[in-house]
Ligand binder design. Sequence first.
Ligand SMILES: [Ca+2]
Ligand SMILES: [Ca+2]
Length: 266
Amino acid sequence: MKIKIAILMAATLAFAASTQAQGNVLWSDNFESYANTAALSGPYTQLYPSFPVLLDTTKGYQSAQSIHFDLPAANSQRRMWINIPGGPVTPTDQAPLKLEFWTDLDTAIWSTRQYIEIRSYSGGAYNAGTLNQLIALGFTSSGVNTTRINQRVVAGFTGAAWGDLTDIYATRTTIADPNNDWTHLAMVLKHNTVEFYVNGNLDTVQTMTAGVAFDSIVIGSGLSSAGADVWFDNIKLTHIPEPSSAVLALLGGLGVFAWISRRRQA
Ligand SMILES: [Ca+2]
Ligand SMILES: [Ca+2]
């Protein structure tokens, strides 16, 4: 019986570790379910309906489809938003909020301006009341190193709102390399910090205002972005559960199981 319990405890810890890694997916989209660009306007609101974000049915991250930004030559083009299903979420150090996606470029050029944002409004939904916070990850063209991936933390960061990731894990050139199909980018929001990851590597950490509830995701800049085509796929928002409590709850359940087993044996 002791061996059985030991095996169960090992299995439980493995399960808890995998749960921690996967977290609770609040929202995700791999863009495989849409028949055409118009179908994106079901779940998403296009900010500029005459120039919607495009569905690409010829290219995807390990899949057939993705979303595509061609070469918007004017502002007010190709930008859409969605509220987080279930309402606003306040990340903590124990239960962070992770927004991740895959991206690709066809050319490394300074003028690229496409990114994905997570936002917080006083009214708890996109554009409701005052904008409290905005974190962005992707590519922009002014006030940054335009050979890099760029990030933005609007409130609570003592510096320019836009900044750069390092060139250690990826640059616009490595992303645009035709031999390198897709690059994984992620932001992990905690109580008062945001961590930016490239292909699973922690690249840059910024401070931000503490205890903000995030409510919506905005995809695309809506700005002119002449020069490079940009793709996004597998956008996913995860609420990572507190690891200690998940493990303790499962181990607590196992303790009861062990007690029952001992009683049955007696
Ligand atoms: Ca896809
Ligand atoms: Ca590429």
